[in-house]
Ligand binder design. Structure first.
Ligand SMILES: Cc1cc2nc3c(=O)[nH]c(=O)nc-3n(C[C@H](O)[C@H](O)[C@H](O)COP(=O)(O)OP(=O)(O)OC[C@H]3O[C@@H](n4cnc5c(N)ncnc54)[C@H](O)[C@@H]3O)c2cc1C
Length: 484
């Protein structure tokens, strides 16, 4: 069997690794994607492996969000074994990267556990609601954690007015160096004789009689195959549209995100420090960024900005960079003013038209799709790669995941009233994150009412009477990029 993996981000590579481990004599796996990975989300990720820290006040409001949290929780448990398995493959093939040579999996270097979640007053009360929801879930799930005094967090030295009043240490939430992880999985894959890489982009996927026969690359060469996985992240819809395929999936947009790597040798982090999710984004964080055993633990990654658009954004916006750097200096460590910027990353998170992941088998016999992972695709990759590998090999997966099948209708979990209230909260939180200071004449309440009125009008305009627009998608509905 010849499997063509279209896309070389974390989803494509981890699925290829699982397939390679199960390959039989004569099987072939071809991974197509530019070596430079333009706009890859994985390259820009932190990459935090958070599930509890991502919980929001309404996370458990319905079954679909509960399934999604269940996936994240399961992925957390899979990571330690997945890291070790991948390192063993690399060692077995004698292709362990020099940077990975001291990695002890769960005890080591590029992969570490331990996150401090802080609750400060830099944004607004949405932080408190989400922080309290995280604490409740930690208790409900018997997850190990410790409530601590924020002053005890190593290298946490915020400005006085931005100091946290509460913090919790979560033992099992970790992170990896995403760039190193991609390189080391790539190196492991090269050790399999059945695996090959093609440094090009796919232009079209060629359908013939409800099956895919081949892909045409941008250089016009054609690669034939038996099974095809579309895992190109944010560009998945563009490829489907270019190819005139007989299927349609929830449109995938560019969730443009910026993260910043800094060198701060006097204040090295050994643990992640982050806020709860905030309005329209994941809040502010600083995460250790391990480079190699030869480099002291002196880099960090600050993240991350977010806006969702159908358009191409070539470079990091000044406003995103400014607000991340200001946030890190004010809310995490004032001494970052003298840190050096080593890299500004820009990546496109794959955000679907209903914000939920899009994965599974399609009605085209041999086409599989995995995208729409938004801001936790790195974390979900051990689970998603396992599910995709099973599907490609013809095995069954848990039917609960059918809700995220590629050819579904848009998932609508909000009522109109819930969505409007949630959006007002998100929009106010976003304003406070970006420096809004209301005057003392109830301006705060007046602006909330203004948002509410505008959101009612928007819901009327798009015909959202029985359902509501997710806060992250407001702009897309406002400008007609999603039709209900
Ligand atoms: C700033 C930022 C911070 C993030 N932080 C986290 C985090 O802390 N934790 C977490 O779990 N997730 C995080 N994410 C989200 C995570 O990065 C994504 O969910 C995940 O990486 C998606 O992986 P992917 O393989 O689907 O897509 P990608 O990583 O985007 O990979 C797709 C690949 O396909 C290639 N490609 C595109 N078009 C074609 C084509 N036509 N032919 C062939 N190849 C093509 C691309 O170049 C790319 O290399 C973050 C994302 C961003 C942007």
């Amino acid at each position: 069997m010849k499997t063509i993996i279209i896309g070389n981000g974390i989803i494509g590579l981890t699925t290829a690794l699982r397939l390679a481990l199960k390959a039989k004599t004569g099987d072939k796996i071809v991974i197509v994607g530019k070596k430079t990975r333009p706009y890859s989300a994985t390259n820009a990720a932190a990459a935090m492996l958070n599930s509890f820290c991502e919980i929001e006040a309404d996370t458990f409001k319905n079954e679909i969000d509960s399934i999604r949290f269940g996936m994240s929780y399961q992925a957390t448990k899979m990571w330690p074994g997945f890291v070790l398995e991948h390192l063993e493959v690399a060692m077995g093939h004698n292709c362990l990267l020099a940077e990975c040579r001291t990695c002890m999996g769960p005890k080591g270097a590029c992969y570490e556990l331990g996150t401090y979640l802080i609750n400060n007053c830099s944004a607004d009360s949405l932080d408190d609601a989400n922080y309290n929801a995280v604490l409740k879930a930690l208790k409900d799930f018997y997850e190990p954690y410790e409530e601590i005094d924020p002053v005890d967090i190593p290298n946490y030295m915020p400005q006085a007015r931005h100091r946290a009043s509460k913090a919790v240490y979560i033992h099992n939430e970790g992170w990896l160096n995403p760039k190193l992880t991609l390189l080391s999985i790539e190196a492991s894959l090269l050790g399999f004789s059945c695996v090959s890489f093609v440094d090009e982009e796919v232009e079209t996927i060629n359908e013939s009689g409800r099956s895919i026969a081949s892909v045409t690359l941008k250089n016009k060469s054609i690669i034939e195959g038996d099974k095809f996985l579309l895992a190109t992240g944010a560009s998945a819809s563009k490829i489907i549209d270019n190819s005139n395929l007989s299927i349609s999936i929830p449109k995938i947009f560019n969730g443009v995100g910026v993260s910043i790597q800094i060198k701060s040798p006097e204040y090295p982090h050994s643990k992640a420090i982050r806020t709860p999710n905030r309005g329209l984004a994941c809040g502010l964080y600083t995460v250790p960024f391990y480079s190699s055993p030869d480099v002291p633990l002196n880099e960090l990654i600050i993240g991350s900005s977010s806006f969702v658009t159908p358009f191409t954004i070539e470079g990091a916006r000044v406003g995103s960079v400014q607000s991340l750097l200001q946030g890190a200096m004010e809310q995490i460590n004032t001494n970052f003013y003298k840190a050096e910027i080593s890299c500004i990353n820009l990546g496109y998170r794959p955000v679907s038209a209903d914000t939920y992941p899009v994965f599974g088998k399609t009605s085209i016999n041999n086409l599989f799709i995995c995208t729409g992972t938004k801001r936790d695709g790195f974390h979900l990759s051990p689970l998603l790669s396992d599910l995709m590998c099973k599907l490609i090999l013809g095995d069954e997966i848990d039917p609960q995941y059918n809700v995220f099948a590629p050819e579904r209708s848009l998932i609508k979990t909000y009522t109109r009233e819930e969505a409007i209230e949630a959006s007002v909260k998100h929009l106010m939180s976003a304003s406070y994150q970006h420096g809004f200071v209301p005057s003392h004449d109830k301006l705060h309440e007046k602006i909330k009412q203004m948002h509410r009125d505008e959101l009612e009008t928007l819901h009327d305009k798009v015909g959202a009477f029985e359902w509501g627009i997710s806060p992250e998608l407001l702009e897309l509905y406002r400008y007609g990029h999603i039709s209900s």
